[in-house]
Design a binder for this molecule. Structure first.
Ligand SMILES: Nc1ncnc2c1ncn2[C@@H]1O[C@H](COP(=O)(O)OP(=O)(O)OP(=O)(O)O)[C@@H](O)[C@H]1O
Ligand SMILES: [Mg+2]
Length: 232
């Protein structure tokens, strides 16, 4: 795909607001993408698209400026010591949310956690590695062929996250992709340091979700066993 001109980006006006179109155009004029290709997921917080960059495909996660529930976003993110001074303003909160996902992904990728490699963020747009072509299914849609094996890989990643002193805070079969029978953790915008006031509660919830999901598939485990494994 040839790089889109400013006029061509404007044809997205039925899909995105002017501000988002401008952000996409700026990223494209800086050479980070040529254009968007197809939607992967249209959600309530964010829309996810495949994006073309030369012969490569990337993933563009575009946080919604209008419908995003920024009040609850603010409630969560202001507990994160990295964003403690954040003002309660719609755009600032959404941009911080996007930046937090980028920073978390960068840290996790560097530590060898199985997650998309982030490329860049600007305002409410995050570009990252696309997992799978076509995009890999979520665990929710594609349960693992060998639950026991897959579970071990999930635990290894959870342990690495814990070592990094981060809690994913939204971990479940909805935010783990099954990419060729290997887990890839996604959706790191909730992830917060262990010294966040309610981190204990968040980690317990992640463990509970993972325990429930794999027990249903016949894996013998308990929340305590998972906690002990990731905590040593
Ligand atoms: N890097 C990626 N590669 C492939 N697919 C992805 C990638 N990132 C996200 N997706 C797909 O897009 C979906 C939504 O992404 P994500 O979970 O990060 O957003 P979300 O915050 O849950 O959005 P919402 O809450 O609005 O539904 C995922 O469930 C997954 O199917
Ligand atoms: Mg998600």
């Amino acid at each position: 795909m040839a790089k889109k001109t400013r006029e061509e980006w404007k044809t997205y006006q039925d899909v995105f607001d002017q501000f988002t179109i401008r952000t996409l155009w700026e990223l494209s004029s800086r050479g980070f993408l040529d254009g968007l290709k197809s939607p992967v997921s249209l959600g309530k917080e964010a829309n996810v698209f495949t994006a073309e960059k030369g012969k490569d495909l990337l993933c563009a996660k575009i946080y919604r400026l209008e419908t995003a529930d920024f009040n609850s976003m603010y409630k969560y993110i202001r507990n994160d010591p990295r964003f403690s001074g954040l003002q309660h303003q719609r755009r600032k909160v959404i941009f911080a949310w996007c930046q937090r996902e980028y920073r978390n992904l960068l840290k996790c990728k560097d530590a060898g956690i199985s997650c998309p490699k982030p490329v860049i963020f600007k305002n409410n747009v995050l570009l990252m590695e696309l997992i799978g072509i076509p995009a890999a299914p979520r665990l929710k849609e594609k349960p693992p062929a060998s639950p026991g094996k897959f579970f071990k890989l999930v635990l290894e990643n959870m342990k690495k996250l814990h070592k990094l002193k981060l809690v994913h805070a939204d971990l479940s079969e909805y935010n783990i992709l099954n990419h060729q029978e290997k887990p890839v953790f996604i959706d790191f915008s909730h992830a917060t340091p262990l010294d966040t006031p309610n981190a204990d509660e968040l980690i317990k919830r992640d463990i509970k979700n993972i325990c429930r999901y794999f027990k249903k598939l016949g894996v013998e485990t308990t929340e305590k066993k998972i906690w002990d494994y990731i905590n040593i």
